[in-house]
Design a protein around this ligand. Structure first.
Ligand code: 6R9
Length: 650
C-alpha cells in the first residue's frame, strides 16, 4: 500500500488510559508481554494449566509437520468437564452459569449444577441415538440454553459439532450437513424473532430431502415456540421426550488434546464454504486465557454478556467455551436489539447488572442511529469493560460506545480475530493498554503478528500492507475439513512460513496495528491503494451519516472509482447538496484522492449474521452486474430494496 496516501489517513490522537482501580486489580498486567516474549511456548504451557487435564501434557507444540500443528498432543481432557463439572466440584455449583432472556420476556437461570445435569442428560440422549466419539452432529438452533447444552453434550462425547446459523437457508444447511457428513441434527420448532415465532424445523426437513444428507439418522427437536411442526416418525425425536427421561449422571471420558471439537463453516467471498476445524486442548487453552485476559473476568462478581449468535465463531469461543471454562455468569439473549423497543439491550444490562459487554460495531452504529437518549434512560453503571469484534470499529463509533454506554469511564477493547484463529489475537488489555479509538493495537501475549508488504518484508512503523501471523498459536485451525490442500493454498501459500489472514493493515508511528478490511476490499484508485474502512470511517464521522459501505467500481480512467452507499441519520433529507457536502468532507479528512465519485443514500446495507457488510454484493450493484450468492445474508430482501431504490432514483 502506498505510504503517501496512508500518511494522511486516520490521524487519531485520542488516548484513553485504563482506570486506575482496574489497572491495579487486572487479571493480566504488562509483565505478561515480557514473559511471553522471553519464552512463548513456556508461556502457553503455563496457560494450559488453567484447564483440568485427565493426563497433563508434557509437550507444548509439535510443528514438525508445519503448517499442520499439534498442541499439547500427549495431554488428554474433556471440554465439557472443564466448562461445567469442575466448577461444581470446586464448590461453585450454585453460581448461575446462564441467565437466559427470551425475546418475549420469558426467563430461565441455570446454575452450574443445573447445567451439569442438563448436559449429562443430553449426552445420554445422544448416546441413545447412537452418537459416538468422532460422529458429527449438526446444530441448527435459535439462541436458547439448549443450544449451549447441545454443544457441550457433543463435546462431552467427543462428537464434533457443526453449528449452522439459524438464519441460513435449507440449501446452506444441506451443504454443511453434507460436507461434514453429519449423523444427527439438533434443531427446534422455531425461535422468537422480532416479536414473532420464526420456524426452523421446516428448513431442516427441506435440507434432508437434498442429496448428500442421507446419513442423518435422527433429528432431535427442542420445543421452543410450540408452533405446528411436521413430523417424520422414526427420524424425528422431541428433546423433551428423549432428553428429560435420561439419567442426569454421565461420566465424561477424556479425549486426546488433538481430538476434533468442532467444525464451523465460513462462507468467504467465493467458492464453497470452508469447514474450519478446531480441536480440543489448544483451542480451550487459548479461549480460556483470552477471555480471562481481555475481559478481565472475575467469575465471582462479573456478569458477562456477549451478544453474538452462537452460529458465529464469537458465540462458540466467547459464549460457550471461553466464559464457561472460566466459570463465568453470563447472559444469553434470544432476540433482536429492537424488540419490543430500541432500548431492549440496555434494559437487559440494567436488569442483570451486566459488567462486561461484548458486541459488534454494526450494533453500536445501529444504537448511535437510534439516538443517545435511548441508552440514557437505563442504569448502565454496572458496566466496566466493553468489547468489540467483527469489523474495524470506526473511531466515531468507538467514542460513542465508550461515552454513551460506558459513561466515558470503561475501557473499550477492540478485538481482532477470525473463525480460523479460534480465539482473540490482537486487542488492547483493559488494565494495561492506553487505548486508541479504531485500532486493535497489539498482539496479545504469546501471539506473534505483524504487517508485511507484497514481498513479505515487515513494514516499518507508518507503513501498510497485509496482516500476517508469524508463529503458530494454540487455537489455530488445524485444517479445512476434508481439504488439506485448500488449507495450504488459502492461508500458507501467499507468504512463505507465515499465516496470511486476508486483511489489509497498517502500523502507525507507535507500531500499533490498524485493520483496514479484507484485502479483496482494498481499492486501487489512480495508482493509490485506498482502504474501504478508512473512507467509511470518514463518512461515519460526518454528523448526518449513520452507516457507510464503500466499494471500488471498475473505472476506465482510474482503474477503480470509489462508490459509497450511506445510511443517513433519522430526519436527514437526501439531496444533491448533501452528497456534495459528504464528498467534500471525505476529501478534507483523507485527501482528495479518497473522494467518492458516487454517493448513494440507501435505507439498508446487506450484512452477514455477524454484521459484516457484504461489499461483494454492493460491488455488483455499483458495476450493474447480476448479484451472486445471497444465501448468507441476514435479510435477503435488502438487495432488492437497494436495487429498486437506485433504479427509481433520478
Ligand atoms: C471473529 C470474527 C473474520 C474477519 C477478519 C476481519 C474482520 C473481525 C475485527 C475485524 C477489524 C476487528 N474482523 N474482528 N476487523 N477489527 N476487531 O469476526 O470472525 O467471522 O471469521 O471474520 O472479520 O476482516 O478477517 P469471522
Amino acid at each position: 500500500m502506498s505510504n503517501e496516501s496512508l500518511a494522511n489517513l486516520m490521524k487519531e490522537e485520542r488516548r484513553f488510559a485504563p482506570p486506575a482501580d482496574l489497572a491495579a486489580n487486572a487479571n493480566v498486567k504488562a509483565a505478561a508481554y515480557e514473559q511471553a516474549a522471553a519464552d512463548r511456548l513456556g508461556f502457553w504451557a503455563e496457560q494450559a494449566k488453567r484447564l483440568t487435564w485427565a493426563t497433563e501434557p508434557t509437550q507444548t507444540l509439535d510443528w514438525t509437520n508445519a503448517p499442520f500443528a499439534r498442541w499439547f498432543a500427549d495431554g488428554k481432557l474433556n471440554v465439557a468437564y472443564n466448562c461445567v463439572d469442575r466448577h461444581v466440584e470446586a464448590g461453585n455449583g450454585d453460581r448461575v452459569a446462564i441467565h437466559f432472556e427470551g425475546e418475549p420476556g420469558d426467563t430461565r437461570s441455570l446454575t452450574y449444577t443445573e447445567l451439569q445435569r442438563e448436559v449429562s442428560k443430553a449426552a445420554n440422549a445422544l448416546t441413545s441415538l447412537g452418537v459416538e466419539a468422532g460422529d458429527r452432529v449438526a446444530i441448527y438452533m435459535p439462541m436458547i440454553p439448549e443450544t449451549v447444552i447441545a454443544m457441550l453434550a457433543c463435546a462431552r462425547l467427543g462428537a464434533p459439532h457443526s453449528v449452522v446459523f439459524g438464519g441460513f437457508s435449507a440449501d446452506a444447511l444441506a451443504t454443511r450437513i453434507n460436507d461434514a457428513d453429519a449423523r444427527v441434527v439438533i434443531t427446534s420448532d422455531g425461535g422468537y424473532r422480532r416479536g414473532k415465532p420464526s420456524a426452523l424445523k421446516p428448513a431442516v426437513d427441506e435440507a434432508l430431502t437434498k442429496p448428500g444428507t442421507e446419513n442423518v439418522r435422527n433429528v432431535l427437536v427442542v420445543r421452543r415456540t410450540g408452533q405446528d411442526t411436521a413430523w417424520m416418525e422414526g427420524r424425528d425425536v422431541w428433546w423433551h421426550e428423549l432428553v428429560d427421561q435420561q439419567s442426569d449422571q454421565h461420566t465424561p471420558q477424556a479425549f486426546d488434546a488433538e481430538h476434533p471439537l468442532f467444525i464451523l463453516y465460513t462462507s468467504g467471498t467465493t467458492g464453497k464454504p470452508k469447514g474450519i476445524l478446531h480441536t480440543t486442548g489448544g483451542y480451550l487453552t487459548q479461549v480460556s486465557y483470552t477471555h480471562h485476559a481481555v475481559f478481565d473476568l472475575k467469575p465471582e462478581t462479573d456478569v458477562y454478556w456477549c451478544t453474538a449468535d452462537v452460529g458465529w465463531v464469537t458465540g462458540h469461543s466467547y459464549i460457550t467455551y471461553g466464559p464457561l471454562s472460566n466459570g463465568a455468569t453470563e447472559v444469553l439473549y434470544e432476540g433482536t436489539p429492537d424488540t419490543p423497543h430500541q432500548g431492549r439491550w440496555w434494559e437487559i444490562v440494567q436488569k442483570y447488572g451486566v459488567t462486561i459487554l461484548y458486541t459488534a460495531p454494526t450494533a453500536i452504529r445501529a444504537a448511535m442511529k437510534w439516538g443517545d437518549d435511548i441508552p440514557a434512560k437505563f442504569d448502565l453503571s454496572s458496566l466496566r469493560v466493553l468489547g468489540s469484534v467483527g469489523e474495524p470499529i470506526n473511531p466515531e463509533a468507538w467514542i460513542w460506545y465508550r461515552k454513551h454506554i460506558g459513561a466515558d469511564r470503561t475501557p473499550v477493547v477492540d478485538t481482532w480475530w477470525q473463525t480460523e484463529t479460534g480465539g482473540i489475537m490482537l486487542s488492547p488489555l483493559p488494565g494495561v493498554t492506553a487505548a486508541k479509538p479504531g485500532s486493535a493495537q497489539v498482539p496479545l501475549p504469546g501471539i506473534a503478528a505483524t504487517v508485511v508488504d507484497d514481498e513479505a518484508n515487515e513494514v516499518p512503523d507508518g507503513g501498510g500492507g497485509y496482516l500476517v501471523l508469524t508463529e503458530p498459536w494454540p487455537s489455530m485451525l488445524r485444517t479445512i475439513w476434508g481439504d488439506d490442500q485448500r488449507y495450504l493454498d488459502t492461508y500458507w501459500s501467499r507468504f512463505e512460513g507465515k499465516y496470511f489472514a486476508g486483511d489489509g493493515a497498517k502500523k502507525d508511528e507507535d507500531g500499533d496495528v490498524w485493520l483496514l478490511g479484507r484485502v479483496d476490499d482494498v481499492m486501487l484508485v489512480s495508482g493509490h491503494n485506498i482502504s474501504t474502512t478508512e473512507v467509511e470511517s470518514a463518512l461515519v464521522s460526518h454528523p448526518k451519516v449513520a452507516e457507510a459501505a464503500v466499494v471500488g467500481a471498475t473505472d476506465p480512467q482510474t482503474t477503480q472509482s470509489i462508490c459509497a452507499f450511506v445510511i443517513l441519520r433519522g430526519g436527514v433529507e437526501q439531496d444533491e447538496a448533501l452528497v456534495n457536502e459528504l464528498r467534500a468532507h471525505v476529501a478534507q479528512s483523507l485527501g482528495p484522492i479518497a473522494k467518492p465519485k458516487r454517493i448513494l443514500p440507501v435505507q439498508e446495507l446487506p450484512k452477514t449474521r455477524s454484521g459484516k457488510i457484504m461489499r461483494r454484493l454492493l460491488r455488483d450493484v455499483a458495476e450493474n452486474r447480476d448479484m451472486g450468492d445471497v444465501s448468507t445474508l441476514t435479510d435477503s430482501s435488502v438487495m432488492g430494496l437497494i436495487q429498486s431504490q437506485l433504479s427509481s432514483a433520478p
